[in-house]
Design a binder for this molecule. Sequence first.
Ligand SMILES: [Ca+2]
Ligand SMILES: [Ca+2]
Length: 361
Amino acid sequence: MNMHRESSIVRSPIASAGLALFVPLSVLASAVASPPTNTFLVTVDPEQSDLALDLGLAFPFGGSLIGDYDADSNPGGTRTVPGLVGGGPNANEAIPYSASLGGTILASGSPSSTMQIVLGDGPFAWLRDLSFELVDLDTTGVELDIMLEFETFRTFQPVSLFPGGFPINLSLPIVSVDSITWQQGPMTTGLVIPTGPGRRFLIAVLPGVVTLGGSALGEPFTVTSPLAAPIFGEMVFDGDGFTIAVGFGDSGQFSIPLPLPPFPPLPTDLPTPTGEQASILLTVQLQGIAGNALLEADFFGTGEPTFSIADLNDDTAVNGLDLNDLLSNWGGQGIGDINQDQIVNGLDLMLLMGQWTGPSK
Ligand SMILES: [Ca+2]
Ligand SMILES: [Ca+2]
């Protein structure tokens, strides 16, 4: 099952300030900067790079519980009856409940990744294609106890009273998270500020999407949420290339609907005060995922000259062949979508013309 849902992101104050500063610069850049001329392939060195994620998650859910009594097939089963009084000798009624499952995921790893940086003539750079996957997930933190909250009800077989306001503590393996990836969205503009001979400081906010994959009661799910990555660091030029050391740290909160269908009722033992077990069927309806994330990264990499991002056929020249490729996919996706915004249009044509080298290089 693959779900893409709108989500709300509450940025940290630092990130909000960074974004507010960045957006006008980005608009300015696309308006006045000359098109990019030099493309570099940056390879992140996993040995010298670190990535750490601290993810607090909450999964609110609800449903009902009902005794497993059946007059014909299970006459000795548990019956559940709402309230302090009432209920006939064979009554067995569903008791609504609400609950939340929560915990912490700690993830770390070495990013293994590449990205492309195009340096323009002015103080601008174009960045695209960064992605990374978090490995070594420690998800034991989400297997926490669950507190079921409900109105007063009674059980028979065994006889017991469950007063409202006193939650029941259960331990159920409801949710697991197996993969976390981050992928940059469209190509974005950054600032490169000279700081000394052969040195430039890079600042950019990369738009991106974080994807969580996991399972809920055995049902796989994939959820995505926008998560921008503000990066900053220094580039040191040597020969044709450079080394680059960038860091970023960002925190944010998110809330993603998770409208999975109701699961089949889950047979569960409910402990009673006398130590006996009531046998119930639990329905579970997950409502969503809410969380707060703290992501910290230090990347070290090297940048080497590579094909121009506008050299669509990789023949080291940007000319009529590339223009033909672009025009023949006009309005489409894929080939010719130089800025990776999922459409081939005038922005891509402008980037291609700015990188024009002629018939051969
Ligand atoms: Ca070409
Ligand atoms: Ca495009």
